[in-house]
Design a protein around this ligand. Structure first.
Ligand code: ZN
Length: 282
């Protein structure tokens, strides 16, 4: 099942994708696609609906972020050995965790704003996990039962703010528009093996990242259990799991985004995103 949110920013409605790839309106069934509706019981109820019995959404609708009211937006750093190498970092002995501000979240095809004063805005295609039920101190064997689904995240990053000051990476990861999520929240029945998904990202039509979740150092099951040792994961929380090689920071010479650039990215079974970069306007 592919869940989606569509409509104007802040006014999105819940929907699902039918067999023809069209959006069907779930407004009369659930209030939104968010923590309150991602538990196993609600997902089972949605699965029983015949998509063609639901009204069609306007085919020109904007697609919003696939989950609303994200509480924790947690990211995993250097989770691909080949990406760690390109940034000159060592392979981590345990997952490196940092936060992205939930206020960075936008729709999959919305514009990305290069922040005021930024010179090093960069791209990162990633597999994101959406939590469906509360998880605290769970085992690896229990992890997948707490996962509502998966989506694409572009973990947009300002490298100078991430690494050249002191303190945590959060500063370089949280600017408004730095967290495109979607287009769909795809439930696990359609993603039987989250560790075997091809992923790519193009900038201005040129392939920059090619990878697979196969080469993740710490996989989905491990990450959910690991993070649940340190905090309560709530329904609707999002964990983005790290990026394969090919970021601008790792290129020689380095290459960063500027207004007018277009990022196009995708992951097997999860669809694709396209964002145009624009300059900051006060
Ligand atoms: Zn990342």
């Amino acid at each position: 099942m592919k869940l989606v949110r569509f409509g104007k920013p802040g006014k999105e409605r819940p929907g699902l994708i039918d067999g023809d790839g069209k959006i069907r309106d779930l407004t009369d069934v659930v209030p939104d696609i968010s923590g309150e509706t991602l538990g196993p019981r609600t997902l089972a109820k949605l699965r029983k609906i015949k998509p063609h019995s639901l009204p069609l959404a306007n085919s020109r609708s904007r697609v919003g972020p696939c989950v609303a009211r994200v509480g924790n937006f947690i990211a995993v750093g250097l989770n691909f050995a080949d990406h760690a190498a390109e940034t000159g970092a060592k392979i981590p002995s345990e997952p490196i965790l940092f936060n992205k501000s939930p206020s960075s979240i936008i729709g999959p095809n919305d514009q990305v704003v290069i922040p005021k004063g930024s010179k090093k805005t960069d791209w990162e295609v990633e597999l994101a996990i959406v939590i469906g039920s509360r998880a605290h101190n769970i085992s690896e064997a229990q992890s997948l039962a707490h996962v509502a689904g998966y989506c694409i995240c572009n973990d947009v990053s300002e490298r100078a703010w991430q690494s050249e000051g002191t303190g945590q990476w959060m500063k370089g990861k949280s600017s408004p528009t730095f967290g495109p999520l979607g287009p769909w929240l795809v439930t696990p029945d359609e993603v039987p093996d989250p560790q075997n998904l091809a992923m790519y990202l193009d900038v201005n039509g040129k392939r920059r990242q090619t990878g697979s979740t196969k080469t993740m150092i710490f996989g989905v099951k491990y990450l959910v259990a690991f993070i649940s040792k340190f905090m309560v994961l709530e329904p609707g929380d999002v964990i983005t799991t790290g990026t394969p090689p090919g970021v601008g920071l790792g290129m020689k010479p380095q290459l960063f985004l500027k207004a007018g650039d277009v990022m196009h990215l995708g992951i097997d079974k999860l669809g694709e995103q396209t964002q145009q970069c624009v300059g900051y306007a006060a």
